[in-house]
Design a protein around this ligand. Structure first.
Ligand code: C2E
Ligand code: MG
Ligand code: MG
Ligand code: MG
Length: 291
């Protein structure tokens, strides 16, 4: 079916990269149905305090298991959604899922947070703040347990609108986290202008941390900066115990990655927490530091 779609392409003004525009339209139609049917799930990946060796929360990552194509990675559909009107229902579903997960965690783990990824374009959607606040209210969830992850482009593309929305959310106690820090057009200006509470160093600086002195210097520098500004510094892409140990030496206190925990279902996450607390995990987490 894919091949046939390519042949029906009649537009000769499209860039080679956009030859799959019809595929994309098909994908979006499927996405609309998937959202209606609840076929998209949000798995949870632990974010841990490396020094205390304990989870502080989870990041919600979209997982779409298609009936015919199998699992589709978020990178394959998020960009397409971002360019369509589906980004709004998708975001609403993301927030609903996160609140549902927070409710499941609540009774036993009221201190754990959930981070959701938010696309730049959503900041321009009227009613975003009201929606989030109203949902938190009716679910009876402390806003401090919800964290929004935005990439740098989100803040740079429309700074004044972004600022208005994010200030309102921050005032309500919702933390703002800068995702993939260093991967794009990094600027320190918005760290001053926005009420940022957390910086997540892009995994491209973490995956080879133990071999690269440049990456180590960058982590050190960000650790000093975050300490001085009262920000949480999170390393993404922590795959090995060596990397984890080095992060602690360099002063980076929080981490996330396959070496700590993979994205998992809420049920698996609840089990994972209990195992961590019982010290019965696979030993991926570093032992607590001695003071
Ligand atoms: P992200 O927000 O930076 O999420 C981290 C990505 O790195 C996830 O990929 C995660 O599975 C992966 N990852 C985690 N630990 C490791 C590790 O140790 N090594 C390596 N190599 N990778 C690791 P995923 O789930 O494929 O998501 C990719 C991106 O898609 C996310 O990047 C985020 O930008 C976007 N995304 C995912 N879910 C959503 C969503 O619900 N809404 C929006 N707007 N974007 C989403
Ligand atoms: Mg993220
Ligand atoms: Mg990231
Ligand atoms: Mg990313």
């Amino acid at each position: 079916a894919k091949r046939n779609l390519d042949k029906v392409m009649l537009y000769d003004d499209l860039e080679p990269g956009s030859t799959n525009i019809l595929d994309r339209m098909v994908l979006m139609g499927e996405m609309e149905l998937a959202l209606e049917r609840g076929d998209i799930q949000w798995h949870l990946q632990p974010k841990v305090d490396l020094a205390a060796s304990r989870p502080t929360g989870f990041e919600a990552l979209a997982r779409w298991r298609h009936s015919r194509f199998g699992p589709i990675a978020p990178d394959a559909f998020i960009t397409a959604i971002e360019g369509s009107k589906l980004i709004w229902p998708f975001t609403l579903a993301t927030i609903d899922a996160a609140l549902g997960h927070l409710q499941r965690l609540g009774p036993t783990h009221p201190h754990l947070s959930i981070s959701v990824n938010v696309s730049a374009r959503v900041l321009q959607q009227p009613g975003l703040v009201e929606h989030v606040i109203q949902k938190l209210d009716s679910a009876g969830i402390d806003p401090r347990r919800l964290v929004l992850e935005l990439t740098e482009t989100a803040l740079i593309s429309n700074p004044s609108q972004a600022r208005k929305v994010l200030d309102e959310l921050a005032t309500r106690g919702i933390d703002l986290s800068i995702d993939d820090f260093g991967a794009g057009f990094t600027s320190f200006g918005y760290l001053r202008d926005f009420m940022v509470r957390e910086i997540k160093i892009d995994k491209s600086y973490i995956l080879n941390l133990t071999e690269r002195s440049f990456d180590q210097s960058l982590v050190t520098c960000l650790a000093v900066f975050c300490e001085a500004r009262g920000l949480r510094l999170v390393a993404e892409g922590v795959e090995t115990p060596e990397c984890l140990a080095r992060l602690l030496e360099l002063g980076c206190r929080y981490g996330q990655g396959y070496g700590i925990g993979r994205p998992m279902t809420i049920d698996a996450a609840l089990t994972w927490i209990v195992e961590q607390e019982a010290g019965a995990g696979d030993g991926a987490l570093a032992p607590p530091l001695e003071d």
